[in-house]
Design a protein around this ligand. Structure first.
Ligand code: ADP
Length: 505
């Protein structure tokens, strides 16, 4: 091709590429406000979501930025990459509190860190509810709003997550209406877990945030004589989302509504259930450096090695029993009392249990006792260890998650990715993600039960063992699991649709 034509063709190619890359939606500006974010700080699934969803939104054309507190747990590895961009003071009642804003880009997404040594320079992420938890996160919410002119970023949508960020939405509507920049911001509040609401003493919060008695009513922030941060966001946000369609329905009834079901029914028209995904690049058995051997859907031999090594690491008997993995926070939510009732029966069924968890001492005692009583059949570790978690996901055959309630649940999605079949209770996101195995068609992603009792749970374990004892069927199920792909692509699209809908209002 002559030189001139070649250049023209190249230019045309570039233009088509540019058109392809130009997002279909207008470039929304969205600010995510949350209390944790992978890889900086993580105590649960919230951090996974805040680490992954913005990346996908960005890929789909949204100008999204994330803001989290600068805890002392965020180490030098990241601090060295941050730049301090501004400093100002936040008025909290009679106090004037320092606020520094540091920033860095992580995988293309700008992340802002709110720096205040007094509130966040502590040896923990979350303290006890009766400590100054309310003050810490009231500061966080207000500082985020105050930061906007300093960082030169007024978002189209303020997207706040869980109670720690909830007051940003209430304060925005109650106190920042005079400025056009603030008034035009639309708000989305995402419930990751309705159990934790941020309920604090009213007179103290009233003084701290200068709220005023006109907002201490049933239609606003008042909650049985206290202030409830989550209720504030539910009342004042433009849209409410939660992390699975089933949980979005469940929380509008008394059983799962955690006493806020009335408010949620009142906001029913503005509630959306959008299923979480997982970052498949972080949880990939083909590349994961934390597991004993890599494997993929086309070559599963590494999974056997992972199983053997997990047995060695956990001192489990080397036999042909299926290994059931559990990776969880130790709280009542996760259905651990069902496991307690079912422990002896589980052992009789000949499964082995590999447990990793931290939290409530009651459950540490349970698993310590069980490890002593059933040596070689059960072993547990009590820590927060993401590498060990992955070794359990990879080395187990089944993953037990009999939650009392589960907004979405990421652990069952991670288990699928590693070819480990979930045994779950049909609630919230567990119901939406794990279609039960159908022995007539061979379809399904796991084993499920509905009622919250250990007999039904044991029934699901029985069905899992029965399938496990038929290698061809089990291989098919592992393939189903590994090809399920709960990625962020579709869910991010739904958030974008929601942002669009709000901006049209
Ligand atoms: P929740 O957010 O209610 O704790 P999810 O299933 O949504 O439950 O997310 C839990 C996340 O935290 C998963 O990524 C899981 O692997 C991880 N996790 C839970 N407990 C531990 C632990 N003890 N060590 C390491 N990772 C853990």
């Amino acid at each position: 091709m002559p030189e001139k034509k070649k250049t023209k063709a190249k230019a045309e190619e570039r233009i088509t590429e540019e058109i392809k890359e130009t997002p279909k939606q207008p470039p929304y500006k969205v600010l995510f406000l949350a209390s944790e974010c992978v890889p900086f700080v993580k105590t649960g699934g919230l951090a996974d979501v805040i680490g992954a969803l913005p990346k996908e939104l960005k890929r789909q054309g949204v100008d999204v930025r994330v803001m989290i507190p600068l805890y002392s747990a965020i180490g030098p590895k990241y601090r060295e990459q941050m730049t301090r961009i501004c400093e100002f003071y936040v008025k909290l009642g009679w106090r004037s509190q320092y606020c520094g804003i540091l920033t860095m880009e992580y995988q293309g997404v700008p992340v802002y860190f709110i720096d205040n040594e007094y509130y966040f320079g502590r040896g923990y992420i979350y303290g006890q509810c009766n400590s100054d938890e309310g003050e810490r996160f009231a500061f966080f919410s207000k500082a985020a709003l105050e930061a906007m002119p300093h960082i030169g970023f007024f978002p189209d949508v303020l997207h706040a997550h869980d109670w720690q960020a909830a007051m940003s939405i209430a304060l925005l509507r109650m106190q920042y209406g005079r400025s056009q920049d603030y008034r035009r911001i639309r708000t989305v509040y995402t419930i990751h877990n309705l159990k934790y609401q941020g309920v604090f003493n009213w007179p103290f919060m009233d003084e701290l945030l200068s709220i005023g008695p006109e907002h201490f009513t049933g239609e606003s922030l008042e909650y049985y004589g206290d202030i409830n941060f989550t209720k504030g966001a539910l009342v004042y946000s433009d849209a409410i989302t939660t992390v699975s369609p089933t949980y979005a329905r469940e929380i509008q009834g008394p059983e799962y509504g955690e006493t806020l079901d009335g408010v949620l029914r009142w906001r029913s028209r503005d509630i959306y259930g959008i299923m979480n995904g997982i970052d498949e690049s972080l949880f990939d058995p083909a590349t994961d450096k934390a597991i004993y051997a890599n494997y993929s859907i086309d070559d599963m031999s590494g999974k056997e090695k992972c199983k053997e090594s997990l047995r060695t690491e956990f001192w489990l008997d080397k036999d042909d029993s299926p290994i059931v993995g559990i990776v969880t926070r130790f709280t009542d939510q996760k259905g651990l009392d069902l496991i307690e009732y079912a422990m002896a029966a589980l052992m009789e069924k000949g499964v082995q249990l590999a447990v990793l968890g931290s939290g409530d001492a009651r459950y540490e005692h349970l698993f310590s006792w069980a490890s002593w009583r059933y040596g070689g059949r059960i072993a547990a570790r009590y820590s927060y260890d993401t590498a060990l978690a992955n070794r359990i996901y990879a080395g187990s055959d089944m993953f037990l998650m009999p939650s009392r309630f589960e907004p979405c649940g990421l652990s069952q999605l991670i288990a699928l990715r590693y070819g480990t079949l979930p045994i779950v209770r049909e609630t919230g996101g567990l119901k939406d993600s794990i279609t039960p195995y159908n022995k007539f068609t061979g379809e399904g992603l796991g084993f499920t039960f509905r009622q919250y009792n250990h007999i039904d749970m044991l029934g699901a374990v029985d069905r899992a063992i029965e399938a496990y004892r038929q290698p061809d069927i089990w291989k098919g199920l592992m393939r189903n699991a590994m090809s399920a792909h709960f990625t962020w692509e579709k869910s991010a699209g739904k958030y974008i649709e929601l942002y669009e809908r709000l901006s049209e209002r």
